[in-house]
Design a protein around this ligand. Structure first.
Ligand SMILES: [Zn+2]
Length: 188
């Protein structure tokens, strides 16, 4: 049975460590497989989050997961832009379904676009805070998936932002280090 893991909050020092590579022949081990299953469960029951890195659940390993909801957010944004000036109700939201999760193990950045986009970010390990910061508009990442297979994934806009946020977690960097402006969540 998958377990929800406890999320570690700042200023816990594990969030500030450089995470360790996973030995490729260990990806299929019980330890790594159950960590991934439990990370998926944790994100599933944490509706505010679209990504989760292993250091956030107290494992200093180079693993993170991203919900396909991030892609849905990008699709919605494009729809909204296309519908600009047109009154429309159906572009304001998307269906919340059971999301799939993309797993990135030992990710390496292959390429980034020079152009940056500003946007708002939050983090499950920094509750109640949001910040605006610029991230590269596009990124290409190479990583292993949970089956131990190497893959390359390109991402743009919000998905690219989430990847950069999660990659930072593996270096011990939090979005609050980079934010131009920080503000408190008004729901807290
Ligand atoms: Zn985070």
């Amino acid at each position: 049975m998958p377990n929800k893991l406890q999320i570690i909050y700042t200023p816990n020092s594990i969030l500030r460590q450089e995470a360790q590579d996973v030995a490729v022949d260990q990806i299929k081990s019980k330890k790594i497989q159950s960590l991934i299953v439990n990370m998926k469960e944790t994100l599933k029951v944490t509706p505010d989050g679209v990504g989760l890195a292993a250091p956030q659940v107290n494992e200093s390993l180079r693993i993170f997961i991203v919900s396909e909801e991030a892609e849905e957010i990008d699709r919605l944004e494009l729809k909204k832009q296309a519908a600009k000036g047109v009154e429309s109700e159906d572009v304001d939201s998307y269906e919340h379904r059971e999301w799939k999760y993309y797993v990135f193990i030992n990710p390496i950045v292959k390429k980034t676009a020079k152009r940056k986009l500003s946007g708002t970010e939050g983090c499950l390990s920094v509750p109640g805070k949001f910040g605006s910061l610029a991230r590269q508009e596009k990124i290409i990442v190479e990583a292993y998936n949970e089956h131990g297979k190497k893959f390359t994934r390109g991402a743009t806009r919000f998905f690219a932002r989430v990847l950069q946020h999660e990659l930072d977690h593996l270096e011990g960097i939090l979005f609050i280090d980079k934010a131009e402006e920080l503000f408190n969540s008004d729901k807290s």
